[in-house]
Design a protein around this ligand. Structure first.
Ligand code: NAP
Ligand code: ZN
Length: 348
């Protein structure tokens, strides 16, 4: 066992605070990683505040992890000491299943999330990336393309793949009209990736305050959802709407913006149930679906795609000591567009 230092939540209502815990020594199939940067996802906040009613404390959050390999087990073939690598939202999958479904492993019952989960041994709590190092099975470690800077790449490990996966699944590309609802951490990655895929991209944001940024990042159009006219003007417009908003919205109004056979995909995860009228779906054969992150295979595909298109996140770097203030700013949508923790600050 090796001691790890990080920041943890010990209760839904307490701020995150310094925390020391144990990580295993690398097994034969493990990669040990010195964490350089970790993105701050809104899911970290939902989890530590127990908004999804599944928190098991203490929790070291963080699933947008990038760093450098410091040791590898004897069976590891894909990575060597010094490699730039990433770890996303899960560190094991298909535990107890007959085989690992490489295309859909994020949906398997045996999924082991990077934090607030239990390792395959059934005992050890997983702890995430707000920490100095992590030990992860080789099959759940991602390669970072050489041309991408580590700090701004961290958010690709969750925000990037969470938008890439549904954009691919619902065939975003030339001739497709795609709306990204919410211009936050996930949303701004959706704008960049959908644009690079060749789709016509519209941002639906609650105000026009980020319009200039949205257009610069690749949006073709930008509308405020606080303006009722947006809903009449854009009625029946989109092939695909990806909703990144993590609070209740007027779902029926947004479904009205879909074309015949259009799909609205939920990736933002509000606490409460979603009220939808049958007649928001029936006329127009519309679909309402959900999507969760992506498989490791698809995450590597996304990183390679981002490497090819020079896509990274727009970030604001913070020291770990600023994490509680950063959470409050995320809640106020006061970040352009992702906080990334510089883990060197742990030594300060
Ligand atoms: P974020 O950075 O806080 O962005 C959310 C955006 O939603 C905000 O920037 C804002 O965009 C919009 N918004 C916030 N409050 C709103 C309100 N009251 N009414 C309307 N719009 C509002 O969060 P994030 O990290 O992108 O995460 C978004 C959600 O996705 C969270 O619920 C998170 O847990 C979830 N998530 C899901 C997955 C998955 O696999 N499905 C993965 C990661 C995260 P505008 O200012 O443009 O309106
Ligand atoms: Zn996340």
């Amino acid at each position: 066992m090796a001691l790890a230092r990080g920041y943890a939540a010990t209760d839904a209502s307490k701020p995150l605070a310094p925390f020391t815990f144990e990580r295993r020594e690398p097994n034969a199939d493990d990669v040990a990683i010195s964490i350089q940067y970790c993105g701050v996802c809104h899911s970290d906040i939902h989890t530590v505040r127990n908004e999804w009613k599944n928190a098991v404390y203490p929790i070291v959050p963080g699933h947008e992890i990038v760093g450098v390999v410091t040791a590898v087990g004897s069976d590891v073939t894909k990575f060597k000491v010094g490699d730039k690598v990433g770890v996303g939202c899960f560190v094991d999958s298909c535990v107890g299943c007959a085989s690992r479904d490489l295309d859909n492993e994020q949906y398997m019952p045996g999924l082991v999330q990077t934090y607030n989960s239990v390792e395959a041994d059934g005992k050890t709590a997983t702890q995430g990336g707000y920490s100095d190092h992590i030990v992860v099975k080789e099959g759940y470690v991602l390669s970072i393309p050489d041309n991408l800077p580590l700090d701004a790449t961290a958010p690709l490990l969750c925000a990037g793949i969470t938008l890439y996966s549904p954009l691919r699944h619902w065939n975003a590309g030339p001739g497709k009209k795609v709306a990204i609802l919410g211009m936050g951490g996930l949303g701004h990655m959706g704008v960049k990736i959908a644009h690079a895929m060749g789709a016509e991209v519209t941002v639906l944001s609650h105000s026009l305050s980020k319009k200039e940024d949205g257009l610069k990042l690749g949006a073709d159009h930008y509308y405020a959802t606080s303006d009722a006219e947006t809903f009449t003007k854009l009625a029946g417009s989109f092939d695909l709407i990806i909703c990144t908003v993590g609070v209740a919205i007027d779902w029926n109004a947004y479904l009205g913006l879909l074309k015949v056979d259009g799909s609205m995909v939920i990736v933002g995860a509000p606490e409460d149930a979603i009220p939808v009228h049958a007649f928001s779906l029936i006329p127009g054969r519309r679909s309402l679906s959900g999507s969760m992150i992506g498989s490791i295979k698809e995450t590597q595909e996304m990183l390679d795609f981002c490497g090819k298109h020079d896509i990274v996140s727009e970030i604001e770097t913070i020291g770990i000591q600023e994490i509680n203030e950063a959470y409050e700013r995320v809640l106020k949508s006061d970040v352009r567009y992702r906080f990334v923790i510089d883990m060197a600050s742990l030594a300060a």
